[in-house]
Design a protein around this ligand. Structure first.
Ligand SMILES: Cc1cc2nc3c(=O)[nH]c(=O)nc-3n(C[C@H](O)[C@H](O)[C@H](O)COP(=O)(O)O)c2cc1C
Length: 349
């Protein structure tokens, strides 16, 4: 694998990220997402008909076939157009939501705007989520540039990613996080669509979620630890050892982050939570929902599936996860997503 030497360019960085996450082992080394610490109580008398299980749900005013989205990943370089088109076609077919990768490159020039706008063309009916990073938000003077990014893809929500760990390790990273919360508040007040605040694999704590909810954020994607390590990705991009290597496994495991953030639903009942970070099957989707998530997301496993096995392979994996979710619902006696959200789940270790 050859990484592009023009590291300062946003496009080549986005390309490197896809290459590295698909080809290299950038999972957390020791830490898991901690969903293995949570168990449903098996129901030997579910008293429901498997074929009547209804997994549909509403997200961003649109119906999904089950509570699932492909998390924000790519855009902003030539080959990203095909990836985003294929992701969008599969999401449209499966009736699940899709996020695009950081649209920072589209702020710099218009060379690759179509690598983003293709998603709406290929997926006219599903929820589409725009994306920008914390460092752009910290410097935000005028929210109209972000509104334009949202309009470019007719987004139903706009995600802001908080990635201090990645910026810390990235050679060209931006580590001035002053003003991010203020920028988020501006966007919450000015954008025509809801703001989603997400991490990218190090999780969101109760205190951070509270600050976000206090400024009006109503969608939080915990994007916790246990799946893709963004410290790992940036360490491999550097290609030489450094003091940052010790941070490979840094972060709050997804299940722990979800438990912390879901506490806030008591004070902010309209808060919508997305559970993501190392999700690899339908039982973890079911556990997330029972632990108060409204929607569940996954990134790297789905990208790998698309690149390695094409659209058919991605379609098959999503079908499997959907069937596994239904299987878990049958075995706990939950006929609907609402019933699953009210199903007991216990911490076992
Ligand atoms: C190739 C790739 C590129 C990504 N780029 C972005 C991005 O631009 N913006 C963002 O918010 N998250 C980005 N992410 C992070 C994911 O949205 C997700 O939060 C993270 O990878 C953890 O999920 P996972 O363990 O399922 O991969 C990217 C992930 C991958 C695999």
């Amino acid at each position: 694998m050859k990484l592009n030497p023009r590291l300062h360019k946003t496009s080549s960085r986005k390309k490197d990220h896809v290459l590295l996450t698909v080809k290299k082992d950038v999972k957390f080394k020791e830490k898991t997402n901690h969903f293995e610490k949570w168990e449903f109580c098996h129901n030997a008398l579910p008293e429901i008909n498997f074929f009547e299980i209804d997994t549909t749900t509403v997200f961003l005013h649109k119906e999904l076939s089950f509570p699932f989205l492909i998390s924000c990943m790519t855009g902003g370089y030539k080959e990203a157009k095909l990836i985003n088109r294929q992701l969008a076609e599969v999401c449209e077919e499966k009736k699940i939501a899709l996020g695009v990768g950081s649209q920072r490159q589209a702020l710099e020039n218009s060379d690759y705007h179509s690598s983003f706008s293709i998603v709406r063309k290929a997926a006219p009916t599903i929820p589409i989520i725009g994306n920008i990073g914390a460092s752009e938000v910290a410097q935000l003077r005028d929210t109209s540039s972000i509104q334009k990014l949202a309009d470019m893809i007719q987004a139903n929500a706009f995600a802001i990613h908080l990635n201090p760990l990645q910026e810390l390790i990235q050679p060209e990273g931006s580590t001035n996080f002053r003003g991010v919360l203020n920028g988020i508040e501006k966007l919450v007040n000015k954008l025509s669509i809801p703001v989603i605040v997400k991490e990218i694999g190090a999780g969101i704590s109760f205190n951070v979620a509270k600050k976000l909810a206090d400024v009006g954020v109503t969608y939080i994607d915990v994007a916790g630890a246990g799946g893709t390590s963004w410290a790992g990705v940036e360490i491999l991009r550097k290609n030489k050892s450094s003091w940052q290597e010790i941070f490979w496994d840094w972060g709050i495991p997804t299940a722990d982050s979800l438990t912390q953030v879901s506490e806030l639903k008591k004070e902010f009942p309209s808060l919508q939570i997305i559970s993501s970070g190392g999700i690899t099957n339908g039982i973890e989707i079911a556990k997330s929902v029972a632990m108060s998530a409204d929607v569940v997301g996954s990134a790297r496993p789905l990208l790998q599936q698309l690149i390695n096995y094409g659209k058919k392979g991605l379609d098959q994996l999503i079908n499997d996860w959907h069937s596994q979710l239904k299987g878990a619902m049958f075995l706990v006696g939950a006929l609907t997503i609402d019933e699953l959200q009210h199903t007991a789940i216990q911490k076992v270790s």
